[in-house]
Design a protein around this ligand. Sequence first.
Ligand SMILES: Cc1cc2nc3c(=O)[nH]c(=O)nc-3n(C[C@H](O)[C@H](O)[C@H](O)COP(=O)(O)O)c2cc1C
Ligand code: SF4
Length: 486
Amino acid sequence: MWKPPERIKHPLLDTSWPSAEEAAGSLLFSPLKVGSLTLEERTWVPAMVPWRATEEGFVTEEILAWYERFARGRPGAIVVEATGIRDIPSGPLLRIGHDRFIPGLAELVETVRRASRGHTRLFIQLIDFLTIRRRPEPEKFFRRYLEITDRHRAALGGDLSDEEIHQHLLGLPDEKLEEILTPRELESLRKGYRERVTDTHLPHIRDLPRVLPGLFAQAALRAQTAGFDGVELHYAHAYTMASFLSALNSREDGYGGSREHRARLPREVYERVREGVGLDFTVGCRFLTEDCIEGGSGVEDAIHFGVELARAGMDFLSLSRGGKFEDAKQPKIGEAVYPYTGPSGYECMPTVISDQKGPFGRNIPAVTQIRRAVREAGFDTPVVVAGGIGTWEQAEGVLERGEADLVAAARQSLADPDWYRKTRLGRGEEVRRCLYTNYCEGLDQKHKQVTCQLWDRLDLEEPDLRLSKDGKRRLTAPPWDPERRA
Ligand SMILES: Cc1cc2nc3c(=O)[nH]c(=O)nc-3n(C[C@H](O)[C@H](O)[C@H](O)COP(=O)(O)O)c2cc1C
Ligand code: SF4
């Protein structure tokens, strides 16, 4: 993973923990209305892909165990990982693009209800993404993928056959290729082909505004049928909807260019979803405070989007940052580019090796501005903050200062899924604190089953323990028994 050049190692934040009485009187552990439902507390486990679905996208026993483990900590809400809305092969990504996925998802809902004893509300994140190919062998790229154009002919001599042009290109040094290939062709050679929302010469990309509202709406209906409390529309990071919001979206069909036009499809998707599920089902979205890439959207854009999405009727606005393809590291041949490997990826999941600002709460100042603008526009839509928040003081402080309404913690919840419950019971000293070194994210990048370094080698002799595919790691955190004192 990319690290800021300053390479400053930040210690974990000092913290103290509340007594049970203090926790009971806190904002963090007080209820909040989100759409038509009430969360018992303002704690939130945001979406985290654990790579446990089948190759066909179905819920597995491992997925049930993963969410059951979070549910035992009884947070206010859990958002199920990014789940694909199309009925297309997507590798081991959880899917909701057909009714055949409903029974597995219904079991997931039931598992979380049971494990949290009804205390936790469950949302599911709905995602659409465009085609991305692995970085090819240069030979394969020139022979199979590169379409020979007049530009190549002009550079290499007009009377060569396509085969001769392939051969020539294959033998050229990098500087020469940089002169002859277009930036897009070079990118496909060096990182692998990647579609963009601006590729409107491709009919299926041109048609996205016509197709996506229906796909999201059907997926949301399935989520409702499966028993979820709501959906989170994934408008963040490197995926289709975030690319519509991005300042890099220069589409000229009324869905790109100005902020108003970039927000149009996200609004239309929301409207269609709402039409389908009605007012009693919670519908929110996750989007970016800042793209954190050259030419991308900044906080002024996000302020506009926040106000417009609140105006449209979103039940919550969850804010992340960065996580884009544009600045991602070059993958190895045979691997696909991964959006969390560049500076914008760092902004999304910062580690303790950082710059002056450090990894803790980096997103809070931008979230504060967006929330303020939403309030000034007259909307009370709850705002969720995430990014390097893992202590009691941080979480309660964010709420006390009115910087956000709900506090999401991904990695801290992975490190210790019981941390909310321990804190609420006045037993914060027992919290296993995340080190923010991103061992988990390294596994995610390789599409390996995600676990935490703090517990995945503990108590491996436990009976009936489910292990990772490499047989070395347990897949969920060891159980915590509140009856037993540490
Ligand atoms: C293993 C892993 C998988 C993630 N998967 C998703 C995802 O599916 N959707 C999403 O919006 N964010 C995803 N994220 C980002 C987190 O939701 C969160 O925004 C980020 O980790 C920063 O919060 P934290 O500092 O509390 O970990 C993932 C993060 C991790 C570590
Ligand atoms: S592996 Fe565990 S300790 Fe390390 S960053 Fe991930 S959750 Fe935190």
